[in-house]
Design a protein around this ligand. Structure first.
Ligand code: ZN
Length: 114
């Protein structure tokens, strides 16, 4: 089923990220989850479940290929980071770390400021 929607190379890349324990799931004290994926050159923030019913895109990743392949050219449904988060979450293969509310806010602030 996965193969019909996603290229083999993306599935292999996602499995590779999970193997390297590259999916980090931050857990706040109030039960919110925040996902980060270590790419080869940078760390990306992934939102696997956007609650936006009006768009075709149900997930979001801060990597450049998500912007190009998913949002602009619409060639792919997701990038390897989103896929890695979905699979790692389902298989309980995320690296789970607690995070303070203030630290989470700092992370978000870091993404919106220039
Ligand atoms: Zn990505």
């Amino acid at each position: 089923m996965l193969r019909a929607l996603l290229p083999d190379t993306m599935i292999i890349a996602a499995l590779d990220i999970i193997d390297r324990e590259g999916v980090v799931k931050y857990k706040t004290s109030w039960g919110r989850h925040h996902y980060e994926v270590m790419g080869t050159t940078s760390t990306y923030t992934v939102f696997p479940h956007l609650d936006v019913a009006s768009t075709a895109v149900s997930s979001y990743c801060t990597c450049p290929s998500f912007a190009f392949a998913v949002l602009i050219s619409e060639n792919h449904l997701m990038c390897k980071h989103v896929l890695a988060v979905c699979l790692a979450d389902r298989w309980s293969r995320c690296v789970v770390r607690p995070i303070e509310d203030d630290d989470l806010l700092l992370k978000f602030a870091g993404h919106v400021s220039p």
